[in-house]
Design a protein around this ligand. Sequence first.
Ligand code: B12
Ligand code: SF4
Length: 490
Amino acid sequence: MKILLIDPPGDRFLGYTSECLPLGLSCLASYLKEKGHPAFVYNADHAPESAHINIVEYSKNQGKYQSAVNNEQHPIWQEVREVLDNFRPDLVGISVMSVKILPAKKLISLLRKIDKNMVIVCGGQHPTIDPELFLRDDPVDFVVRGEGELTLAELIEKLSHREADYENIKSLSFLRALKIIHVPPRQLMPDLAILPLPEKDNVIFRETYNMDDFSIVMTSRGCPYACGFCGSGNMWHRTVRYFPVEKVIAEIEFLKKKYQVTNIKFMDDSFSVNSQRVEKICLEILKAKLNITWSCLTRVNLVDDGLIRLMKKAGCTKIDIGIESGNPRVLQLIDKEITIQQIERAVKVMDKYKIFWAGFFMFGFPTETEEEIMDTLYFMKKIKPGWANLSIFTPYPGTKLYDLCLRYGIINFNYDPSLYMHQRIESFATDKISKERFSLVSKKMLHEFNSYNKSLFTLLKRARSRNYHRNPRLLSDDFKKLIKWSKTKN
Ligand code: B12
Ligand code: SF4
C-alpha cells in the first residue's frame, strides 16, 4: 500500500514559509516503516523560496488567504496535484491543525477528484477535537483521534488485509451506513521508548530542506499546565511522558552525524517541567561532548538560576517563553499561573546568563480592555526580549477560553474556521472594545512589536545566539532570511 502523509499548505498561500518537517507526520512515518508500511511525508506548506515576512505584512495579507486557498488553479494546488500524480498513493493521511481547516477541506475535495478510491485519513489537533467535521459533508474515510501511531498502524494493517472490522480499532472514527461511529479512545502509549526516531528521509522534495529544518527534537509529550488558550491538553491530556534520556542523546548524535545538525530545537511543551531530567540531559550532552547549541520552550516559573547555568554550559543559547500579558488580571483570567514578579525574576536569570530569549505575547482575550492590552506593550518594552512574538488570541475548541467565549456570546458554534489564525484582526474576542477600535489597537500592537524586532538591538542579540562560529552554514541561511525579511514593508 502506497502511503503519503500530508501537511496541507497554509501560510504558504500568504507567501510565508514553513521550514521544518512536520514532526507529528515524521513520527507516524517512522512508526509505520517499522511496522512494514513505508510512508512518505509531504509538507505542502514548505516553500524555501517564500519570504520570512513580518507580522504586520502577515496580518495585512490575511484577507487574500481564503480566495487563494479556494483557487484550484493556484500554483500551490498545481504542485500538490503533480506530487499526487507522481506518487499515486493508495492512502493519504492529512494532519489538520485548526488553522488549516480550510486548506485541508480543499485538499480533501481535490483528492476525491483525482481518485475516488483513495483512502483518506485525517488526524491531528482539529480532527481530535471535532472528528465529525471531517465525516459530515465531503467525508473522509477515517479520522484518527489523539496520538496517532498505534491507531494508524492498526488501520493500515486491516486495510492491507482487506479486513473491515474497524470498530475494533480504538480512537478511530468513521462512517458506516451513513452513521458516524466513534470507537472508544485508547490510552496514551505508556512507553514512548518503543517509538523509532522520526523519519527524515522519506520526504517529498527532500533536497529543498536544510539542516536547520531537521533540528526539531521532542524529549517528551504533554504538559501538566492548563493555560486557558492552549490546545495541548486536547491531545496529551495534561500528562507528561518522557523519552528515555539515552534516546534523546542518540537522536542528537544521529542528527549531527547524518544531517550535520549542530543547533537542536527542543520543542517540548515545557522543556524544564522536570528539572532533574533536564539536568540529566545537560550532563549527558556534556559527557558525550556533543558540542551543540540548542533552544527550548519553557515557562517563567520553571526558570531556575542553577538549572539555567547548567543549561547554558550544555549549549543552550535560546529560550522561548510564554509571557502572554503584562497585566495581572489577564494573566489570572487565562490561567497562566504566573505573576508579573515571576516573569521579571525569570528575565533577570536569563539575562544574567546571556541566554537569548524570545517572549511570546498575546492580546484580545475575552473581557480584556484597551488599557490592559497597552500594559502588555509597555511590559514587553520594559523586559526587553531578544525577540517579541505577538499573537491575537484565537479561541480553539476544547480550551477553557473557547468555552468562555461561547458563554459570553462572543463566538457561536458556527465560528468561521478562517478565523483560527493568530494574526487575524477579525478574530478578536474581547467584548470590551468595539470592532473598529480593536482594529486600530491591533495595528498599533503589530506595528510596535515589529519595529521592536527590527531594531538593531534585537538583530544583534539574535545573531549572537546563533553561534555562527560553530554553525557556519547557519550564517548564510540566516543572511538569506534577513534579506528577504528586510525587503518586506513595515
Ligand atoms: C512544535 C509546534 C509547532 C511548530 C511546528 C514544528 C513542526 N514542524 O512540527 C511551529 C513553531 C512551526 C508551530 C507553529 C504553529 N502552531 Co504549533 N505547536 C507545536 C507543539 C508545541 C508541538 C507539536 C508537535 O510536534 N507535537 C508532537 C507530535 C508527535 O504530535 P502531533 O503533531 O500532535 O502529532 C500526533 C497526533 O496529533 C497525530 N497526528 C497528527 N497528524 C496526523 C495525521 C494523521 C493522518 C494521523 C492518523 C494522525 C495524526 O499523530 C501524531 C503522532 O502521535 C504543539 C503543542 C503540542 N504539544 O501538541 C503546538 C500546537 C500544535 N500549535 C498550535 C498553533 C496554534 C500553532 C500556530 C497556528 C501558531 C501561530 N503561528 O499562530 C502555528 C501554525 C503553523 C502552521 N503549520 O500553520 C496549537 C494548535 C491548536 C489547534 N487547535 O490547532 C498547539 C496545540 C499549541 C497551542 N498553544 O495550542 N507549532
Ligand atoms: S504551559 Fe504551554 S503547553 Fe502548557 S498549557 Fe500552558 S501554553 Fe500550553
